[in-house]
Design a protein around this ligand. Sequence first.
Ligand SMILES: Nc1ncnc2c1ncn2[C@@H]1O[C@H](COP(=O)(O)OP(=O)(O)OP(=O)(O)O)[C@@H](O)[C@H]1O
Ligand SMILES: Cc1ncc(CO)c(N)n1
Length: 267
Amino acid sequence: MKLALTIAGSDSGGGAGIQADLKTFSAHGVFGMSVITSVTAQNTKAVIGVEDISPEMVYLQIKAVFEDLPPDAVKIGMVSSASIIRSVAKGLDEFGPEKVVLDPVMISKSGHALLKPDAVEALKRELLPRCLVVTPNIPEAKALTGMSIKGVEDMERAAEKIMSYGCRAVVVKGGHLEGDAVDVFFDGREFHRLKSERIFSRNTHGTGCTFSSAIAANLALGRDLFTAVKLAKEYITGAIKNSMDIGGGAGPVHHFYELYRRAGLNV
Ligand SMILES: Nc1ncnc2c1ncn2[C@@H]1O[C@H](COP(=O)(O)OP(=O)(O)OP(=O)(O)O)[C@@H](O)[C@H]1O
Ligand SMILES: Cc1ncc(CO)c(N)n1
């Protein structure tokens, strides 16, 4: 059994954060573990409260996992403050995982800040250089680079700049583009455009979390980075196509669509 760890925030609504990550790992046949950085009171419509876990407790969760269940890959999502970011960086330095996917979560789909504005610098300096791949959406890529990003070419320029902060690859996600959902992959040598048709659905809660944890799951399974990203793009596309119309806002994507279909269950 391969093991994957998510270091992220809890979403009480079950569609994003830790909950999306663990479902994604399970859907890939990978054993999932979690380090909770923050608890959000959240549903499909809004985030109505956020309470951070202490930096010491974040570090202890990392230590507990690595000392007994060393993960084959790690995904990092919401890390809301500079002090939590420092605890995560300390854990990464101490235990040295090779395959780390960083989803630089900043604002929820419903518009709530999940990263304190003064923590963007810490994220850039402390976490980016310790990661194999970072997966910003367009607003996050803008915040990381200060660039204006209007189309796929701008996404490529932003990917180059983000690479200069010290990670080994970047995927700038195109969920916020108009038209096709084109993601840009850059590993310092080659650009690849991963394209899917836009799915017109309001039920896209958790797309970013699901995509980054699918990359981590595929890395844990031993796939090379570009293959892991391509498979994650296919998985998120299917999960959005089969997303659920539950709740009064943006419903969650369907993490188990393929398994349900194979088992003859309704999707
Ligand atoms: N409507 C859509 N149709 C097809 N693909 C989409 C759509 N929305 C997002 N995607 C894809 O989903 C993945 C996640 O991208 P997105 O830009 O939505 O992340 P995000 O904004 O970080 O998500 P979140 O709001 O959960 O943080 C990318 O591969 C993107 O291309
Ligand atoms: C806890 C959490 N992490 C990430 C996201 C993605 O936006 C969210 N909505 N909630």
